[in-house]
Design a protein around this ligand. Structure first.
Ligand code: BES
Ligand code: MN
Ligand code: ZN
Length: 477
């Protein structure tokens, strides 16, 4: 659980307090004594601090000075990070509540601060028998004049809660989350949010001839699943749905092309795409956004069992195309390709897939954003990219040039699942594009989906990258 954000107008009580101001002269005299103001002035001017705190008898006071930064995206991000700093201090003090006082009505900055406090308080302690380090912060109250929009705060709580659910799913180890269990979680989320849900089992996938999902699953002792979540409200503003597809490899050993050394570490995160899609549809449905969306989540583990695919095997995909499997570790594109061709049945206005697809994406741009590619969707990608700056889940476009597509053509089958050593994230995207005939955006989230080391409010482990991004994108349609 993460803290909730609450709008309040009731009288201030003696509790931990954060005062948000744009400059020293805005510090309210009703809160700070002249001596305190002098101390704050010294800290800001001489020590260049943005967050200054001190104790009163039984509570802490933080003054947060918003950075003078014209770039809104960067300014709001510095607020989120300050929120994380303040929250870790409060959690260290075992505080349950904090009040944010906003004398200037700096709505965007205050909500970003609260967002950073909430996300920074996330923990995954399920398997700790002693929870002595458990964070205590439960409520972040905002006192503001003029009052913020209630709906905006409600949506923020919904999306932050969805991020926490996504992180939980990504952090859950394969021992406790196989494809069936993952689908079970998706089903629970859909039911809670009032979205329609169907979990297709192995038999159903066989009748649909989902050769990609079934092929990757062959080395496993556990069956695959394919979950379809749909939110189609009566007041939907779009005629054709927006479809999200997410890679749900609950564990990626590499299969017969077993991952060497440490490279298998953390491969429980390989279902982050599916978790993000489910959490996004969940949030959209919880917020009752008037947009028709569909989530497609194919799921399996990738293991080298006795019947596993071997290199050179040829499989027939859901759309009838044949694929020569040259490397069983390039499994994500196989299960996603089936989802992308299945997406056609919804006659989508746009399909966005999310996948921890390639190490090449991580090597190219690291952990600070996703690799994006598009076909027939340049306008949509521009909007998505702008949402990316707003919520600071950024993305950068890579090319869909035809020449890269030549590199995944096979001598024996229609396609091969392996390109040359260079530009691996692009050939993977081109492979997927062959299964689409609609406006399409591909997001390779292998970098930002999972962090080995804690990074401010993004935390450690699963980050939930993509949930805030897609929710923002859909909200603005
Ligand atoms: N799940 C991995 C990609 C990955 C790498 C995710 C690092 C998160 C962090 C994917 O299935 C994979 O193994 N990709 C291979 C593809 C290659 C065999 C063409 C890779 O990137 O090495
Ligand atoms: Mn792999
Ligand atoms: Zn994988």
């Amino acid at each position: 659980m993460i803290p909730s954000i609450i709008l309040t107008s009731k009288e201030q009580q003696l509790e931990h307090l954060v005062v948000v101001v744009s400059k020293l002269s805005k510090l309210p005299s009703s809160i700070f004594s002249p001596a305190e103001k002098k101390y704050l002035k010294d800290q800001v001017e001489n020590c260049k601090k943005e967050v200054v705190s001190f104790n009163r008898l039984d509570y802490m006071v933080f003054a947060f000075f918003i950075r003078e930064e014209k770039n809104t995206s960067k300014r709001l991000e510095s607020c989120r990070k300050a929120g994380d700093t303040i929250a870790s201090c409060l959690n260290g003090r075992k505080a349950a509540r904090v009040a944010i006082f906003d004398p200037e009505g700096l709505c965007d900055e205050v909500l970003a601060l609260a967002e950073g406090m909430a996300l920074g308080s996330y923990q995954f302690l399920k398997y700790k028998t002693e929870k002595e380090k458990e964070n205590t912060l439960k409520e972040i109250e905002i006192y503001s004049d003029p009052m913020f929009s209630e709906q905006r705060v409600a949506h923020l709580n919904i999306v932050l809660n969805a991020v926490a659910i996504c992180r939980d799913l990504v952090n859950e180890p394969n021992s406790h989350l196989n494809a069936t269990e993952l689908a079970g979680e998706f089903e629970k989320m859909a039911k809670e949010a009032g979205a329609a849900v169907e979990v297709m089992n192995r038999q159903k996938l066989e009748t649909l001839r989902m050769g990609g999902v079934l092929g990757v699953n062959r080395g496993s002792t556990q069956p695959p699943t394919f979950t379809v979540m749909e939110w189609n409200p009566a007041d939907a503003s779009n005629e054709k749905p927006i479809v999200f597809a997410g890679k749900g490899v609950v564990y990626d050993t590499g299969g017969m092309n077993l991952k060497p050394g440490d490279s298998m570490l953390n491969m429980k995160c390989d279902m982050a795409g599916a978790a993000t899609v489910a959490a996004t549809v969940y949030a959209i449905a919880m917020a009752k956004l008037p947009v028709h969306v569909v989530g497609l989540m194919p799921a399996t583990d990738n293991r080298p069992g006795a019947d596993a695919l071997v290199s050179g095997d040829i499989i027939t995909m859901h759309n009838g195309m044949t694929v020569e499997v040259l490397n069983t570790d390039a499994e994500g594109r196989l299960i996603l390709a089936d989802a992308l061709s299945y997406a056609k049945k919804f006659d989508p206005a746009l399909v966005i897939d999310l996948a921890t697809l390639t190490g090449a994406a991580v090597r190219a741009i690291g952990k600070f954003g996703a690799v994006a590619m598009q076909s027939q969707a340049s306008g949509e990608l521009q909007m998505l990219s702008s949402s990316g700056f707003d919520v600071y889940e950024r993305l950068v476009e890579f090319p869909m040039w035809d020449e890269y597509g030549e590199l995944v053509k096979s001598d024996l089958a229609d396609l091969k699942n392996l390109g040359p050593a260079e530009a691996g994230m692009i050939t993977a995207g081109k492979f997927l594009e062959k299964f689409t005939d609609y406006p399409y955006i591909h997001l390779d989230i292998a970098g930002p989906a999972f962090l080995d080391k804690r990074d401010s409010y993004r935390g450690q482990g699963g980050t939930g990258y993509g949930v805030r991004l897609l929710f923002d994108f859909i909200s603005k349609l």
